[in-house]
Design a protein around this ligand. Structure first.
Ligand SMILES: NC(=O)c1ccc[n+]([C@@H]2O[C@H](COP(=O)([O-])OP(=O)(O)OC[C@H]3O[C@@H](n4cnc5c(N)ncnc54)[C@H](O)[C@@H]3O)[C@@H](O)[C@H]2O)c1
Length: 171
C-alpha cells in the first residue's frame, strides 16, 4: 500500500458516474490513495451525498464535484477545463457512467431508450476520451479507463441495446 500511495499521491483522477456503485467505490479508493478526485454524475443529489461523505472521511482531500451529462460533448470540454483549473493537471480519466437497456427483446425495445443507451454508454465514452486525451498526453504517465461489461463478450436474451455498445470498449 505505501508504494501504491507514493505512486498515486497528488495524481488527479476523473470519475464519471461517481454518485453510485462502481464509480462511488472508485472515488473512495482513489481518495484513500491520496489522489485529487474529480467526481461527476448526472444525479446532482446523489453526487452531493458522495461529496459530503468523501470530505468527512478525507478532510484534506482535493475534491472537485460537478454535475455532468456524459452524453453532452460540449459540457465535457468545459468540465475538464474546470477540473484542470481546480486540480492543475489530469492524470487518470475513468469513463464509468452507464445505463441499462430496456431489458426487452430487440424488436420490442424502445427507440428513444436505445438512442439514449448509445448516447450515454457509447458516445459518452467517446466524447470523454476525446476531451481527455489532450490533457492526458501532456503527462509523463497517464491512464484512460473505459469501463465495459462482460456483456460485450456474451449476449444474453433481452440485452441487445446494452450489448451493442459494449463490444466497443477500446477506442
Ligand atoms: N454493476 C455491474 O455488475 C456492472 C457489470 C458490468 C459493467 N458495468 C458497467 O459499470 C459502470 C458502472 O456500473 P454501476 O453498476 O456502478 O452502475 P450504477 O447505476 O450504480 O451507477 C452508474 C452511475 O452513472 C450515472 N449516470 C447515468 N447516466 C449518466 C450520464 N448521462 N452522465 C453522467 N452520469 C450518468 C448514474 O446516475 C449513476 O450514478 C456502467 O457503465 C455499467 O454499464 C456494471
Amino acid at each position: 500500500m505505501p508504494v501504491l500511495h507514493d505512486f498515486f499521491a497528488s495524481k488527479t483522477v476523473v470519475i464519471t458516474g461517481a454518485a453510485s456503485g462502481i464509480g462511488r467505490a472508485l472515488a473512495s479508493v482513489f481518495a484513500d490513495l491520496g489522489c485529487n478526485v474529480a467526481i461527476c454524475d448526472i444525479d446532482e443529489s446523489a453526487l452531493s451525498d458522495v461529496a459530503l461523505q468523501l470530505k468527512s472521511t478525507h478532510p484534506a482531500l482535493t475534491l472537485f464535484t460537478s454535475v455532468l451529462d456524459v452524453a453532452n460533448k460540449t459540457d465535457w470540454e468545459t468540465y475538464l477545463a474546470d477540473v484542470a483549473s481546480h486540480c492543475e493537471h489530469i492524470d487518470i480519466v475513468i469513463n464509468n457512467a452507464g445505463i441499462e437497456g430496456s431489458s426487452q427483446p430487440a424488436w420490442a425495445s424502445d427507440d428513444e431508450l436505445l438512442k439514449r443507451v448509445m448516447d450515454v454508454n457509447f458516445y459518452g465514452m467517446v466524447y470523454g476520451s476525446k476531451a481527455a486525451l489532450p490533457y492526458l498526453t501532456q503527462r509523463s504517465w497517464a491512464a484512460l479507463v473505459n469501463v465495459s461489461s462482460v456483456f460485450g463478450l456474451v449476449a444474453p436474451p433481452n440485452t441487445a441495446d446494452y450489448c451493442a455498445i459494449d463490444i466497443l470498449p477500446a477506442l
